[in-house]
Write a protein that binds this ligand. Structure first.
Ligand SMILES: [Zn+2]
Length: 228
């Protein structure tokens, strides 16, 4: 499987080079976009304009905003897209998803889906906007993506057996809010995921090399492809 980082920033993009959250996962004939923040659409169009599915972890703007212009693309092409997300009832949820070009598949933490033979399952996280993490496996390789979350007891258990963990853990020590700080990394490695990529990077507070100085840990790089 491969993961391409289309955008890694939040809550807004970095100057010139940045986009908000968006990650393209591909595996042979299978493709799924994980989150769809601002700046992601152009990059997705370059690689994979019609993934098999789009997963939305939660409804914050930096994870959803490019869904809106994507609808115009679908209108022009007269195509539909499958969007996997938790059911919501807010006006923003309805604005995003109540559109004939989207086929919405609602999931929750006990849901398991199979898309082209790849198994998708979900887990509850802890964030001001309800957030589901996702686990994708083809039976040989496994990716876990947290979406946005602060630390909670047992989160690291979700990473057991994962080949690649894409994790919201790039905030500076002392940050208070719905994301994890870099000093959580030793805890997050407790179940030995083979690689952990730190993401959801604040453009003004990019982690230093010292923050990432753990075995098999790196800061997600936009445009880079990670094979696992
Ligand atoms: Zn968020």
């Amino acid at each position: 499987m491969e993961l391409k980082v289309l955008g890694r920033h939040g809550p807004y993009a970095a100057p010139a080079v940045g986009a908000c959250s968006g990650y393209l996962v591909t595996d042979g004939d299978f493709s799924i976009l994980l989150d769809f923040g601002s700046g992601v659409l152009a990059r997705m169009m370059a690689d994979c304009p019609e993934p098999d599915a789009v997963f939305i972890s939660h409804l914050h703007f930096d994870h959803t905003s490019d869904l809106l212009p994507y609808r115009y693309y679908l209108d022009v092409c007269k195509k539909t897209a499958t969007v996997i997300t938790e059911k919501g009832s807010s006006a923003w949820y309805n604005t995003l998803f109540s559109h004939s070009r989207f086929t919405v598949v609602n999931v929750q933490e006990d849901t398991t889906l199979t898309v082209k033979g790849r198994r998708l399952s979900f887990f509850r996280c802890d964030h001001p906007s309800p957030n589901l993490g996702i686990r994708i496996t083809n039976g040989k390789s496994t990716l876990v993506y947290t979406g946005d979350t602060r630390y909670f007891e047992g989160l690291e258990k979700q990473f057991e057996g994962a080949d690649l963990v894409l994790c919201d853990c790039a905030q500076p020590v002392g940050f208070q809010g719905g994301h994890m700080t870099v000093d959580r990394i030793p805890t997050l490695l407790r179940y030995h995921p083979k690689k952990l990529l730190m993401t959801h990077v604040n453009p003004n507070e990019v982690p230093s090399a010292q923050d990432t100085a753990y075995p098999n840990v790196a800061l997600a790089e936009e445009g880079k492809i990670y094979s696992f």
